[in-house]
Design a protein around this ligand. Structure first.
Ligand code: NAP
Length: 252
């Protein structure tokens, strides 16, 4: 019997995939911390839903691209919820879509800052803390990559695809580093999923519908379908799985 509830920290939990992971985790018996960068109200709403499902839940503001923010986020969460047992490294952006030749320095730099450096700061902090968390509860990290890492996102955001390639390498390497301490590290690679990220990257409102026929299952994914894979990897049902990367992409 577990004596306490597992605690999951989800970066970028105010919207989209992170918000879906938070709510499913709350429903499955986790205490939940979600971080956000700017949308406090959205984050508070998600935390209220987690509490309604019976979880202890908190929001914390911070930019994952800022190294000092990341350590503070972990401190704030542990002060309220206790030792963190799981981390979902989810916060991510694309930048405005363009061919690489026309991409702005700002789009590329901010994407790499958030998706690569941010994910590394979060993974590093998790690697410092999770091995020391009480071993009566399973501990794991789930990195949110993308099928873009293998598809390359030509004509849209090649730099974003490259940032997710880095997440795949991080997952493999860190899984081997932390395995001896009993901390599993895996990734989920979503395909096209219905979230705000698309509208923020392009003014093209019809883009998702136009891309739909290229998805073998012929539909856009729901954030809840990504969350199911994340919760599986966090669970004891995945106790012998580390270094894995599950595509949840409708076959793309
Ligand atoms: P989203 O709906 O745009 O939500 C992004 C979340 O990340 C928000 O909570 C946002 O916080 C947070 N965030 C962004 N930049 C941040 C920063 N610098 N520091 C802290 N938090 C930050 O995106 P999503 O579609 O759910 O994407 C989540 C993850 O899935 C990303 O890693 C993305 O690359 C990956 N993914 C998405 C798709 C897809 O089709 N949606 C496909 C493949 C992979 P605020 O609310 O405060 O802005």
């Amino acid at each position: 019997m577990q004596s306490r509830r597992p605690v999951v920290l989800i970066t970028g939990g105010s919207r989209g995939i992170g918000a879906a992971v938070a709510q499913l985790a709350a429903a499955r018996g986790y205490d939940v911390a979600i971080t956000f960068r700017s949308e406090r109200e959205a984050a508070e709403q998600i935390v209220e839903r987690c509490r309604a499902a019976g979880a202890n839940a908190v929001t914390c503001q911070g930019d994952v691209a800022v190294e000092g923010d990341v350590a503070r986020l972990f401190d704030e969460v542990e002060a309220v919820l206790g030792p963190i047992s799981h981390v979902v490294n989810n916060a991510g952006i694309t930048g405005k879509s363009a061919k690489l030749a026309e991409a702005s320095v700002e789009a590329i730099r901010s994407c790499i800052d958030v998706n690569v450096l941010g994910a590394l700061w979060v993974a590093r902090e998790a690697a410092r803390r999770l091995p020391g968390s009480p071993g009566d509860i399973a501990r794991s990290i789930v990195n949110i990559s993308s099928v873009a890492a293998s598809l390359g996102s030509p004509n849209e955001y090649v730099w974003y695809a490259a940032s997710k390639g880095a997440i795949d390498s991080l997952t493999v390497g860190l899984s081997k580093e932390l395995a001896p301490q009993g901390v599993r590290v895996n990734a989920v690679s979503p395909g096209m999923t219905k979230t705000d990220i698309h509208e923020r990257s392009t003014q093209d409102a019809g883009r998702l519908e136009r891309l739909r026929p290229h998805i073998p299952l012929n539909r856009i994914g729901e954030p809840e379908e990504i969350a199911e894979a994340v919760l599986f990897l966090m669970s004891d049902a995945a106790s012998y799985i580390t270094g894995a990367n599950i595509p949840v992409s409708g076959g793309r």
